[in-house]
Design a protein around this ligand. Structure first.
Ligand code: NDP
Length: 457
């Protein structure tokens, strides 16, 4: 018998928090969960899921055009932003309901409230103005987009949080950033017919990815008419007449738009939660410092998901939450395995990638072989689209193991999920070669790359 109200109290009902809570409850723990916004968290409510709906919507913008090559007439198509947003919201409401039901069915108590730590066993529920106690506390509050407040007029821009609820589709959008969210939303808005300009501080967008991926995505975005300005940031933003905002850039130019969209990263949501008071160590970005079992510097306080700023992806948060519940409530010591996590950027065309980028592999392995191909997919022979596909394998020249696979092209995200199984299991390049191609597909090119790429130095 515990002297606490709960065996586990979880703060934050997103992907990681919900998974951990449900699993812990299924192992017999008495679980409470506090959520200040909506159960489902960033992924379901204002992240991956609604974003993917916008991606689907925007892909039709290209498809109507492409269909002409296949004999279809699609001349007077129109698009209704409000209808898309309403349909998207209905689906998000449905998913939100499922998440709430699943938590309740597992036996967890849900509190619609901000929760703040008073000490390492006491949680204050602001909405109810009362305290609850718990033997173990799980911080799963995720992250939030930030804007650069040093830029005068920064508050004239929005973040991804607001992008899902715009009243109207903007005509001209400026996106700041060169990461996942910037690239995905730039493509979404372009597919829906907006004029889009992306402003990125570095040289290569998606700089954490393989350089060939970065170059290919850049080229494809330009081909669609997205203007990309590199090595520049906002100097100031000012409001002109009507809805128009003017972004002054550090390269001395300015651009006008009716929507300015900050996509310059996300920060762990730890502010004002009483974590420091409870003795929980935070890193300099504000993320909770945890060990490999997601335990914080305080013995009974744990954290999973984006709030720990490890690998900020939904399936990772889910796995971390599950590993925590296994370890702490099922007597089954479990660590999250961070190797060979597949990743996708839902650009248009999308990116699918797993394992080492070429530059990472060259730092770690003595002999690295590269196989790559770049081609126009068969479908586009009739559409007239110049969109190209990139496929690249990074191979350990000593062992023949495939270290990385990188794809930019239609269905890249779908392909990489399957390829990741083989790559994680240690597949060799010879085994790729021994696999019979499936014709005619884009994916068949993955098993027909025979020539090592010879760089021209
Ligand atoms: P990212 O870290 O991917 O990108 C942030 C971008 O903002 C980078 O290009 C960065 O530049 C730039 N930046 C940072 N600070 C500044 C600044 N002060 N001024 C101008 N530019 C700046 O963050 P996102 O917000 O795009 O996404 C957050 C996280 O969410 C991702 O890391 C990912 O884990 C997750 N996510 C995953 C998705 C998916 O799986 N498809 C989709 C969306 C989000 P630089 O490159 O030079 O550092």
């Amino acid at each position: 018998m515990t002297d606490f109200d709960y065996d586990l109290f979880t703060i934050g009902a997103g992907s990681g928090g919900v998974r951990a809570s449900r699993l812990a409850a299924s192992y017999g723990a008495k679980v409470g969960v506090a959520e200040e916004y909506r159960v489902g968290g960033t992924c379901v409510i204002r992240g991956c899921v609604p974003k993917k709906f916008l991606v689907y919507a925007s892909e039709y913008g290209h498809s109507f055009n492409d269909a002409k090559g296949y004999g279809w007439s699609a001349d007077n198509v129109s698009f209704d932003w409000s209808k898309l947003i309403q349909n998207k919201d209905d689906e998000i409401d449905r998913l939100n309901g499922i998440y709430i039901r699943n938590l309740k069915n597992a036996g967890a108590d849900i509190f619609q409230s901000r929760a703040v730590l008073k000490d390492n066993h006491t949680v204050h529920l602001a909405a109810e103005n009362r305290d609850v106690t718990a033997e173990k506390i799980l911080i799963a509050t995720g992250g939030a987009p930030w804007t650069d407040e040093s830029v005068p007029g920064h508050d004239l821009g929005i973040t991804s949080n607001e992008a899902f609820h715009l009243d109207t589709l903007p005509k001209h959008v400026i996106v700041a950033g060169g990461g996942y969210i910037a690239i995905e939303f730039a493509c979404i808005f372009r597919g829906l017919g907006c004029e889009v300009c992306l402003v990125y501080r570095g040289e290569d967008i998606l700089r954490y990815f393989d350089t060939d991926v970065s170059v290919q995505v850049h080229a494809e975005m330009k081909r669609q008419g997205i203007r990309i300005i590199t090595q520049s940031v906002f100097e100031k933003i000012e409001k002109l007449d009507g809805d128009v905002k003017r972004a002054h850039l550090t390269n001395g130019t300015h651009i006008d738009a009716d929507l300015i969209f900050w996509a310059v990263g996300r920060k762990a949501a730890t502010a004002g939660m009483g974590l420091e008071k409870a003795g929980v160590e935070l890193d300099k970005s504000g993320a909770v410092v945890v060990d490999e079992f997601s335990k914080s510097s305080v013995d009974n306080i744990f954290a999973v998901g984006d709030v720990t700023n490890r690998v900020n992806l939904t399936p990772v948060a889910i796995r971390e939450g599950a590993a925590f519940a296994e370890t702490e409530f099922n007597n089954n010591s479990t660590k999250m395995d961070y190797t060979f996590i597949p990743k996708a950027v839902f650009s248009q065309p999308p990116v699918g990638t797993v394992g080492y980028a070429e530059h990472e592999a060259r730092q770690k392995f003595d002999n690295v072989d590269i196989y790559k191909t770049n081609f126009r997919a068969m479908k586009n022979m009739l559409t007239g689209s110049e969109e190209r596909v990139l496929m690249k394998l990074v191979v350990d020249g000593d062992t023949d193991r495939v270290l990385g696979c990188h794809i930019v092209g239609a269905e890249a995200a779908e392909m990489i999920q399957a390829i990741a199984i083989a790559v994680k299991a240690g597949v060799t390049k010879s085994q790729f070669d021994e696999t019979v191609a499936l014709h005619p597909t884009i994916a068949e090119e993955l098993v027909t790359m025979r020539e090592k790429f010879q760089p021209k130095y």
